[in-house]
Design a protein around this ligand. Structure first.
Ligand code: AMP
Ligand code: ZN
Ligand code: ZN
Length: 440
């Protein structure tokens, strides 16, 4: 296995007194005369996303670093927000608001307020993103330096204005002090190295909140399915990347509160489990948005009654609603960006415009956020956390309130979550939290 640091390394990082470089515990008299004493560093908060890391992947016995982190802190099967897709959930985690209220209601959508425009995973115009404020913007506004090694929305000049003449430019807005334009070709090792390099800086230029994003587990889950050995290989690989991060932090003597999350899980699919919409309603009656685990459907002019009659009746392996009638537990349907009709497939099934042309298997996500297959990884460990083991499942909009606690920011006035799941798991400074330079 490449790059794995010894398991005790993960534990050592989290054990309070040994968070600091061993040099910190060396008696002063042994310092070479010409070397200044090592700096005592403040803990950094690192929010890591492992895209598509289903909660139960942690039980496969192939993740020594993540498992050691979980054992030394807290973990849970976290409920994603609906729909269980990448962009809506990364934005829910960063803003503390569900997609219906954070504005990123799918990976691709349109907005009646911006006719002719379409949101895609590369859209960076601030107006798509301005319905909810991400934690790095709140932090920067409060004078807390942040750095993002990828995270959906972290490249956006948040709150800025799009100036379309003479070219598409953006004026104003707030970004992390350091950020990177998303590029899937940047390797996981390069991503970890970038984070460690930011933390190598002098204290004044060092971030206090960092994000780090890995996509290889999601990619493998889609291609091979959640139960495949190639997905296991990607899981083991990302665990090695976490090991590298821990080793880098240890080498710097940089204490860290790590919050490791996933945006959603993964369910096995097969082309044999496809619902062809053209057999449900005449395609001339509607325009289709995103398809897959769910479909947003807009009637064509004059055809609303006929479309409603075709959709709003029982279907095998699929439920359809008018957007205002989507069951309340999904917290989805009031945003103008959501299409007037919405269909959701049963787990493992897919909605398509027409029958598949060739056979395929693999994995996907976007289903009911309460389905066990959609449950997402959550681990938190570091000097701020007590070893409290496995918590009851909670909603991913509770992560932003936890981050605010760690950064000593006041609670958000209008968030959808709260820090209740973590009460009793946070160490009180000075009492449970071991001093950085304490002995072993
Ligand atoms: P999904 O279709 O929901 O599985 O989306 C996962 C994919 O989103 C990943 O494989 C990435 O390639 C892509 N992705 C993740 N972060 C970004 C980003 N910041 N910008 C553009 N694409 C991204
Ligand atoms: Zn994802
Ligand atoms: Zn995915």
């Amino acid at each position: 296995m490449k790059r794995l640091v010894p398991l005790f390394g993960a534990l050592a990082l989290l054990a309070g007194p040994v968070l600091a470089d061993p040099a910190l515990t060396r008696p002063a008299s042994t310092w070479p005369a010409d070397k200044p004493a090592a700096e005592v560093r403040e803990p950094v908060v690192i929010l890591v996303s492992i895209d598509g890391f289903r909660a139960d992947y942690l039980d496969r016995g192939i993740t020594p670093h993540l498992s050691a982190l979980a054992a030394s802190g807290i973990s849970a099967a976290m409920r994603p927000s609906f729909p269980s897709k990448t962009f809506p959930n990364h934005w829910a985690i960063a803003t503390g608001k569900v997609p219906d209220r954070n504005g990123i209601i799918a990976n691709g959508f349109e907005d009646p307020a911006h006719p002719g425009e379409k949101f895609t995973m590369s859209s960076d115009e601030p107006y798509w993103w301005d319905e909810a404020e991400p934690i790095w913007v709140t932090a920067e506004k409060s004078g807390i330096r942040t750095a993002t090694m990828f995270w959906p929305g972290s490249n956006v000049a948040w709150g800025g204005t799009l100036v379309t003449e003479p070219h598409k430019t953006i004026s104003g807005g707030t970004r992390p002090s350091d950020w990177q334009q998303f590029n899937g070709a940047v390797s996981p090792v390069q991503r970890v190295d970038a984070v460690i390099d930011w933390l190598r800086r002098p204290a004044a230029k060092r971030p206090k909140l960092v994000t780090l994003y890995f996509d290889q587990v999601d990619t493998a889950g889609h291609r091979y399915g959640p139960g495949d050995s190639q997905t296991d290989a990607a899981i083991a690989d990302v665990d090695g990347d976490i090991g590298l991060l821990l080793a880098g932090l240890r080498e710097l003597g940089q204490p860290a509160n790590l919050i490791v999350v996933a945006d959603h899980g993964m369910a096995a699919i097969s082309s044999e489990r496809t619902i062809a919409l053209d057999a449900v309603a005449d395609p001339s009656l509607y325009k289709l948005g995103d398809t897959g685990p769910f479909a947003g459907i807009t009637p064509t002019e004059g055809n609303e009654q006929r479309l409603a009659a075709a959709l709003l009746k029982p279907h095998e392996h699929m439920s359809c609603w008018r957007k205002q009638d989507i069951p309340a537990r999904f917290h989805y349907g009031s945003n103008p960006r959501i299409a007037p009709y919405f269909c959701l497939a049963e787990i493992g099934w897919q909605i398509a415009a027409k029958p598949p042309e060739k056979a395929s298997t693999g994995g996907t996500h976007g289903y009911d956020n309460a389905a066990p297959e959609m449950a997402a990884l959550f681990i938190a460990a570091g000097p701020a956390f007590r070893p409290k083991g496995k918590l009851a499942p909670f909603d991913n909009v509770d992560i932003a309130p936890l981050l605010r606690d760690l950064l000593k920011l006041p609670p958000a006035a209008d968030g959808d979550g709260n820090d209740a799941p973590f009460r009793g798991t946070l160490a009180k400074p000075g009492r449970d939290q071991a001093p950085l330079s304490g002995g072993r």
